[in-house]
Design a protein around this ligand. Structure first.
Ligand SMILES: Cc1ncc(COP(=O)(O)O)c(C=O)c1O
Length: 376
C-alpha cells in the first residue's frame, strides 16, 4: 500500500535522537534547529521524559475519559503554576488543530454566534473550523468554506472594530507570533485594543499558542508579552515533546456542561505522563531562562551576517529574512552542513525552532555553517 503522497520529503531518515541532535541510519549527526516543527521542547530523548513514559506504559497507558484520572488533575495544576494562568480550566485533546477546533466550538456555544475573525497569513490547523480560519485557500476544501470567517490584516484595528461592532462574531483567533506564516507580529497596541474590543462586543478572544506557547517565546505564553486576557488559550506542540497532546485553557467565565466537548484519546494516561514530565523539566532546568539567554545570543550573531535583512520573532521562535527565497539554502544546510531548519509561507524566511535547551555551541555551529553556505 503506497503512502498518500501529501508531503514533499527531504531525503533523510532519522532513526534516533539525543538532545539537540538527530541521527540517521548511518549514524550521521544532524543539528536540529527545527525541533520537528517546534515540537521538541525539552530535547530529544530526555532521560526523565523517557523514564516517565516508560513507567506509565508499564502501569496503564490508556483508559477512556469515563473514569477518574488523577494525572489530568496533576497536569492541570502544574500547568497553572508554571503558566501563571490562574483559575482557567483545562480541556485535553491530542493536537493543535483539535485544540483550535474545540476553542472555536466553545466560543460559538458560549456566545451563540458563529462568525470568526482571523488574520492574514495565520495558520490554525487543518480540521473543519480550524482550517476555515486559516489564511490559505489551497488547504480549504469546499466543505470547510461554509464557515463564516473574515480575514483581516494584522494591525488594522479600525477594520476589526467595524467587524466586531456588527455583533455576530463569536471569536477572534490570533497567533501572537505567526509561525507557519513567517514570524510576523502585530503591535502591542493592536493586540491590546483588540482584546478590549472583544470584551466590549461579547466576542471571545482566542490565543493560538500551539506553536508559541510552552516557553518558546521567552515567556510561558507569547500573549504574556502584552496586557491582554484571552478567554481561551490553545496549546499543543511543545506540550508533549513529541507525544501527541493538546489542550485549551478556558477562562472561568465559560461554564462547562456535560457533553459540550469530548474525545476518546485526549488526556489519556500516557499523554499526561509525557505532558507532566515536560513541565517538570521546563521548571527544573530553568528552560525559559535559557530561551531568553540563547535568543539574545542568536540575535547578536545574526546581526553580524550582512545577508540577513531582518530578524523576526521572539525567544526561540525566530526567523531570518533574506532578500532571496531560502529553499536552496535550507537544502544546503541539511545536505552539506547537516543542520535542520524550517521554512515559512514567506519563502524568504528561514525558521529557527530549536529545542529549548539549545546551547551556545549549537548556535555557533549554525552560524559557521550559515556563513559557509551563503559564500557558495
Ligand atoms: C499556530 C498553530 N496552530 C495550530 C497548528 C496545528 O497543529 P497540529 O498540526 O498539531 O494540528 C499549528 C501547526 O503548525 C500551528 O503552528
Amino acid at each position: 500500500m503506497p503512502l498518500f503522497n501529501v508531503y514533499p520529503l527531504y531525503n533523510v531518515t532519522p532513526v534516533s535522537a539525543k538532545g539537540v541532535y538527530v541521527y540517521d541510519e548511518n549514524n550521521t549527526e544532524y543539528l536540529d534547529l527545527y525541533g520537528g516543527h517546534a515540537v521538541i521542547s525539552i530535547g530529544h530523548g530526555h532521560p526523565k521524559y523517557v523514564e516517565a513514559i516508560t513507567n506509565q506504559v508499564h502501569k496503564l497507558g490508556f483508559y477512556s475519559n469515563a473514569i477518574q484520572n488523577p494525572l489530568q488533575v496533576e497536569l492541570a495544576n502544574k500547568l497553572e503554576a508554571l503558566s501563571g494562568c490562574k483559575d482557567y480550566a483545562l480541556f485535553l485533546c491530542s493536537s493543535g488543530a483539535e485544540a483550535n477546533e474545540n476553542a472555536l466550538k466553545l466560543a460559538s456555544f458560549k456566545t451563540e454566534k458563529s462568525r470568526v475573525i482571523a488574520f492574514k497569513n495565520g495558520f490554525h490547523g487543518r480540521t473543519s473550523a480550524a482550517v476555515a480560519v486559516t489564511d490559505n485557500k489551497n488547504i480549504i476544501a469546499p466543505i470547510n468554506a461554509q464557515q463564516k470567517v473574515t480575514i483581516l490584516n494584522l494591525n488594522d484595528i479600525e477594520s476589526a472594530r467595524r467587524e466586531l461592532e456588527k455583533g455576530d462574531v463569536c471569536a477572534v483567533i490570533v497567533e501572537f507570533i505567526q509561525g507557519v506564516g513567517g514570524l510576523d507580529q502585530a503591535d502591542a497596541t493592536f493586540f491590546e485594543e483588540l482584546d478590549l474590543l472583544c470584551k466590549a462586543n461579547s466576542t471571545l478572544f482566542i490565543a493560538d499558542e500551539v506553536q508559541s506557547g510552552y516557553g518558546r517565546s521567552g515567556k510561558f505564553f507569547a500573549f504574556q508579552h502584552y496586557k491582554v486576557t484571552p478567554d481561551i488559550i490553545s496549546i499543543a506542540k511543545g506540550m508533549g515533546n513529541g507525544f501527541p497532546i493538546g489542550g485549551i485553557l478556558i477562562h472561568p467565565s465559560i461554564e462547562a456542561k456535560f457533553g459540550m466537548l469530548g474525545t476518546t484519546f485526549g488526556g489519556n494516561h500516557l499523554a499526561c505522563a509525557a505532558g507532566l514530565s515536560v513541565l517538570n523539566v521546563i521548571e527544573e532546568e530553568h528552560l525559559m531562562d535559557n530561551v531568553n539567554e540563547m535568543a539574545a545570543y542568536f540575535i547578536k550573531k545574526a546581526k553580524t551576517i550582512p545577508q540577513v535583512k531582518q530578524i523576526k520573532g521572539k525567544g526561540l521562535m525566530l526567523g531570518l529574512e533574506f532578500d532571496f527565497e531560502v529553499s536552496d539554502l535550507r537544502k544546503k544546510l541539511i545536505y552539506e552542513h547537516r543542520i535542520f531548519t524550517g521554512g515559512a509561507a514567506n519563502k524568504k524566511v528561514l525558521r529557527i525552532l530549536p529545542p529549548l535547551n539549545v546551547q551556545k555551541e549549537h548556535i555557533n555551529q549554525f552560524f559557521e555553517a550559515l556563513v559557509r553556505a551563503l559564500e557558495d
